[in-house]
Write a protein that binds this ligand. Structure first.
Ligand SMILES: Cc1ncc(C[n+]2csc(CCOP(=O)(O)OP(=O)(O)O)c2C)c(N)n1
Length: 593
């Protein structure tokens, strides 16, 4: 057989184990689409490249294997920028393959030319421009290796059209040699020992668990560590499910909309054991007021994270799997030889906070439907047997608060970048990756409208995902900030609840649509959706537009200033907190507004 660059590309993807590619063809990537016709790889034709990128992320988050997306040059490639940035912030292994204009015209402002390597340089872990077809196998092998090892992340492979068309040979590399890229996976013994000593001595320890624990597959060892220490555990948005919510040591999510107990336990802690977490501002609040008495053990596979936001007393570089396993051993040795600290007073204090400030809502029988009630009912119906995916905004935070996350890779969300439009395509990708799991997206009406066209993909490809829209007629999280911090001056946040008509929109795309406008219609709608097995189903829940998400630590405030509940009862109507002069405290993004 005569090999062309395109054959070599598809063969390389097969060899590395790719089973599905999410993409959209176009001029410069066309040569690669021809051998796809006879490949074992399933190609899923998306309706927007952003959808392809998020689907690859959803696939990766659900399976732990790199997700793959493909696009043509110019606008196809630039539509991938948001998912690449999203994957970079949340350390998600994806490989994006883009066509490029032919070598001879690169730099000429040729039709559909964009310097995608340059554009995405700050938001990719690595990128390749392949100028010789013989390099394709090596580049693909390296791209998947880089995406999925060390701190995972997105890798871009940009290939000019004529490189795909040129004749070449296919030589799969026997080994991968990357000078300068040798992630440290095994932690330093001395640091582990120093950490174990602090862990034994601490009177108010908290295990602060981030997404690295899920990615490192360290959940079982984390359970052993938490139980050995008898220490409370908080799981960040990216780590939901790394430690089961139904475990008595679990305090839930910390941060801006975390549980009061999780936020306050971190604040009062004398030792934070940060595992694969990055002291994100949505977790720490104002940094100089964060956990003021805590010593810090900070373990991360990426040394650049350590000391970035908060100095570490014991820095540990290594992947979570090895670090946590070593910590268990070292702690058990230390505590059997040296004795251990009694933590009962600490647990009592924390229980008091949980009792006084539980996550709660009130649902009146005659409405309006509370968004938390919807999430609660979905959670009860799923009985923990599903993957829940979210968009970004209030619904995301309610999902994290009211979905019991009891197993790894069961909760998928856009954390670092806070990307509206994430849920529908990410849910689609998750379902493709784990077809035997039920996949439910909890979405906002604003987010849904950003990538709703992927319903067409789901319908045509028979990918039965459920999308539960908490239709609160607003860009709810922004509305909440305007209510609390801008004196109820609502600016550009109203979304008419009937435009579009979500039920008819779902039907127009070949899916099923169901509306629930009263509390007693909620369970019925969920039941109907759970019965659909061959197409997407959209649930339009008409929820209370006024409902706000609490607890809340205002952006830029200290975690000591958490607002715990409805403003009139337990918090000032407008917190005395004032924005910084440069407005930076109100910067929109992340998982808040
Ligand atoms: C792409 C993008 N644009 C803007 C924002 C800022 N933003 C954050 S949350 C939010 C509102 C989301 O509204 P909706 O999807 O209806 O969810 P809700 O907050 O009402 O649950 C906005 C506009 C963002 N995070 N992402």
């Amino acid at each position: 057989m005569t090999w062309k660059g395109a054959d070599s590309l598809i063969r390389s993807l097969e060899t590395v184990g790719v089973d599905v590619v999410f993409g959209i063809p176009g001029g410069t990537i066309l040569p690669a689409y021809d051998p796809l016709l006879t490949s074992s790889i399933r190609h899923i034709l998306m309706r927007h490249e952003q959808g392809a990128g998020h689907a690859a992320e959803g696939y990766a988050q659900a399976t732990g294997r790199p997700g793959v997306c493909m696009a043509t040059s110019g606008p196809g490639a630039t539509n991938l920028v948001t998912p690449l940035a999203d994957a970079f912030m949340d350390s998600i292994p994806i490989v994006a393959i883009t066509g490029q204009v032919t070598r001879a015209v690169i730099g000429n402002d040729a039709f559909q030319e964009a310097d995608i390597v340059g554009i995405t340089m700050p938001v990719t872990k690595h990128s390749y421009k392949v100028m010789d077809p013989s390099e394709i196998p090596e580049v693909i092998a390296e791209a998947f290796h880089i995406a999925s090892t060390g701190r995972p992340g997105p890798v871009l492979v940009d290939i000019p059209k004529d490189v795909l068309q040129e004749e070449t040979s296919f030589d799969w590399p026997t080994s991968i040699e990357l000078p300068g890229y040798r992630p440290t996976s095994h932690p330093n013994r001395r640091q582990i020992k120093a950490a174990a000593r602090l862990m034994r001595e601490a009177e108010r320890p908290v295990l602060y668990v981030g997404g690295g624990v899920l990615k490192g597959g360290a959940s079982e060892d984390l359970m052993r560590l938490a139980e050995a220490m008898n220490a409370p555990v908080v799981t960040t948005l990216m780590a939901r499910g790394a430690f089961p919510d139904n475990h008595p040591l679990c305090l839930g999510m910390p941060g801006m909309h975390g549980s009061y107990a999780a936020i306050t336990a971190m604040q009062r802690s004398d030792l934070l054991i940060a595992l694969g977490a990055r002291f994100d501002d949505r977790v720490t609040g104002r940094l100089d007021g964060f956990a003021p008495e805590a010593k810090i053990i900070h373990a991360d596979v990426d040394p650049a994270e350590i000391g970035k936001n908060r100095a570490a007393d014991v820095p540990i570089v290594g992947d979570a799997k090895h670090v946590v396993a070593e910590l268990v051993k070292a702690f058990l040795h230390e505590s059997t030889t040296q004795g251990r600290t009694d933590l009962s007073a600490w647990h009592e204090e924390i229980s008091g906070w949980s009792r006084e400030h539980p996550l709660a809502y009130e649902q009146d029988d005659d409405g309006p439907i509370k968004p938390q009630f919807v999430v609660d009912r979905i959670d009860k119906a799923l009985k923990g047997d599903a993957i829940v995916v979210t968009g970004v905004g209030q619904h995301q935070m309610w999902a994290s608060q009211f979905v019991a996350c009891n197993k790894p890779r069961g909760f998928i969300s856009s954390g670092g970048l806070g990307t509206m439009g994430f849920a529908v395509p990410a849910a689609l990708g998750a379902k493709v990756g784990r077809p035997d799991e039920r996949v439910v997206a909890i979405d906002g009406d604003g987010c849904f409208q950003m990538t709703a066209q992927e319903l067409a993909t789901a319908a045509i490809e028979k990918i039965p995902i459920i999308i539960a829209i908490l239709n609160n007629e607003h860009l709810g999280m922004v509305r909440q900030w305007q209510e609390l911090f801008y004196g109820e001056r609502y600016s550009q946040v109203y979304l008419p609840p009937d435009v579009p008509d979500y039920v008819r929109l779902a039907e127009a795309y070949g899916g099923i649509g169901v509306r629930a406008a009263e509390p007693d219609e909620v369970d019925n709608a969920i039941d109907k959706a759970l019965g659909v097995t061959d197409r997407p189903c959209v649930l339009d829940f008409r929820v209370d537009p006024q409902e706000k998400c609490f607890p809340m630590v205002p952006a830029g405030a200290s975690n000591d200033d958490v607002i715990t509940g409805p403003a009139p009862a337990s918090a000032p109507a407008r917190p005395s907190f004032e924005p910084a002069a440069d407005g930076s405290d109100y910067a929109f993004g992340g998982m808040g507004a």
